[in-house]
Design a protein around this ligand. Structure first.
Ligand code: SAH
Ligand code: SF4
Ligand code: F3S
Length: 483
């Protein structure tokens, strides 16, 4: 019998991307085949609810699948919806879209593969896995040689306890649950044994790792210890982590940027606003002075560190003066990149009740001013790389995925949906193909390379000299032997 073909679409943050990668791997190991939208009979949408636009995209995708079921009269289509919209909308989503046969939340995903097997055996069955777990749920599955990516995500926690006033995440991902250090280390070891060279530790607030339920965070050291232990694993070339909440970053984590060789010199540190008054209304529990202190200490520990951030424009009550303070912080810190969004009301988030909502046109205008400034700063940074040499970790043939992030930013904040494999020409007539990789600073470099073995250049560290800067990435040529 031919294998059932599944198609996964992922919306939202890296945690969702990591979840989808695990689910795809798990389904493949159960005998399913991964394929294109047109060829599939099993659809999985792993959804994001962080902004209204992200949620609306899910409904329009569900509409597209429903039309496919109708127009082609295809029988036996199975639709599964997971992630944050599934958790938020719950069984009402199944009533609205009768095609949906499985709902799973961010915790329930651990049991989704078994549930999918059952659905295929029992055509009238519909299931939901929306209960939150009390503890981090381990997911089965070992990495095998040849299946591991050059750069892998490893979850270290689930959920978030912060309840920032604008944010739906704690409501849809549940309370913070840290994974046991041994489980994190075991997964890293098995990835490294299968050929992975870079690990990104994932969580909504990694600095609070190991401090579940402790609101005072007396000690930020458990995450620093985990970093040190992962960094010491043989075979690891590069280590990154995301996301860091400024209020919880421990001095030991800051100093790790100077001490731990594999820890890459780039940090995502969401600022959200440069106005102390707005930060307080957001419930962020740091002010700009504290944020600048952290930036100074990071730059003392690692002078070349690049910082990136998230900014919300038009939070309720934000005045022109507050916004000017945000632009001022951007000038002071000089972020390498920033992801900026227009505020949108989210169900259950406290900010829904705040008065003084900012008019959308005003918020969009602020967003575009902010993005214009950031684009210039980012361009300058990329141009400053021309003529330099850097070692890149090659990940895959070039894609234009970074363009979808740009498009998302332009729309006033959307999510990066699936990426289209849009292979760059490697130079006509040269027989070369373009591959993409990242510098330790996280800058994307495209480089034309000749054909090479079964896995191509995946997982190879390669010195390149940078020749050109494009809108969101660099182009270079090989400048030394691979290792
Ligand atoms: N845990 C991460 C971020 C999670 S959401 C952190 O603490 O930084 C990713 C980003 O989406 C946030 O940093 C914020 O900038 C943005 N965001 C969250 N809720 C939003 C809302 N209601 N409207 C607009 N942007 C929002
Ligand atoms: Fe949302 Fe704040 Fe938690 Fe980040 S730290 S996920 S912004 S509540
Ligand atoms: Fe991530 Fe979106 Fe959920 S940002 S945590 S997928 S709401």
């Amino acid at each position: 019998m031919a294998a059932t073909v599944f198609h996964i679409q992922t919306f939202g943050c890296q945690m969702n991307a990591g979840d989808s990668a695990w689910l795809a791997r798990s389904l493949r190991s159960r005998g399913f085949a991964q394929g294109a939208f047109e060829d599939a009979s099993l659809y999985v949408l792993n959804t994001c609810s962080v902004r209204d636009k992200a949620e609306q995209k899910v409904y329009s995708e569900l509409g597209r699948i429903a039309r496919l079921c109708g127009v082609r009269r295809r029988q036996g289509i199975t639709v599964c919806v997971g992630g944050c919209v599934a958790q938020q909308a719950g069984p009402a989503l199944m009533r609205r879209f009768p095609q949906i046969r499985l709902l799973f939340g961010p915790d329930g995903i651990a049991r989704a593969p078994e549930a999918i097997d059952r659905l295929l055996e029992e055509p009238s069955l519909r299931l939901n896995l929306l209960a939150f777990a009390d503890q981090y749920e381990e997911r089965a599955g070992v990495w095998q040689e040849g299946t591991a990516p050059a750069s892998a995500f490893v979850n270290i926690m689930q959920g978030c306890d912060n309840f920032c006033a604008y944010c739906i995440v704690p409501h849809v991902r549940g309370r913070q649950k840290s994974r046991k250090p041994e489980a994190v280390l075991d997964e890293c070891r098995s990835l490294l044994a299968a050929g992975t060279r870079e690990v990104t530790l994932l969580g909504q607030n990694v600095n609070a790792y190991g401090l579940d339920g402790e609101s005072e965070r007396p000690d930020g050291a458990p995450f620093a210890r985990l970093l040190r232990d992962v960094a010491a694993l043989p075979g690891l070339s590069r280590l990154r982590f995301v996301t860091s909440h400024p209020k919880d970053i421990a001095p030991e984590v800051v100093s790790a940027f100077g001490d731990l060789e594999p820890l890459c010199p780039r940090l995502h540190l969401p600022l959200q606003s440069g106005s102390d008054r707005i930060l307080q209304r957001m419930g962020r529990r740091y002010d700009t002075a504290r944020y600048l202190d952290i930036v100074d200490s990071l730059r003392r520990a690692r002078p070349d560190i690049l910082l990136t951030t998230d900014i919300i424009a038009g939070f309720p009550g934000e005045t022109e003066e507050d916004f000017a303070a945000t632009l001022d912080m951007m000038r002071r810190v000089r972020f390498a990149a920033s992801f900026s969004f227009v505020y949108s009301d989210r169900p259950q988030a406290r900010a829904v009740l705040l008065p003084d909502k900012v008019e959308r046109a005003v918020a969009l205008n602020r967003l575009s001013r902010l993005q214009r400034w950031q684009n210039e700063a980012s361009d300058q940074l990329l141009r400053s790389m021309i003529g330099k040499t850097a070692t890149i970790l090659l990940e895959e043939p070039s894609r234009r995925s970074f363009l979808s992030r740009e498009a998302a930013d332009k729309e006033g904040g959307g999510e990066v949906a699936g990426t289209k494999p849009d292979v760059f020409p490697g130079g006509k007539g040269t027989g070369k193909q373009s591959w993409q990789g990242k510098t330790p600073h996280g800058l994307i470099v495209h480089v034309p390379l000749p054909p090479r073995g079964k896995d191509g250049w995946q997982g190879v560290l390669l010195p390149v000299s940078i020749e050109r800067a494009t809108k969101h990435s660099l182009q270079g040529k090989q400048a030394g032997a691979p290792w």
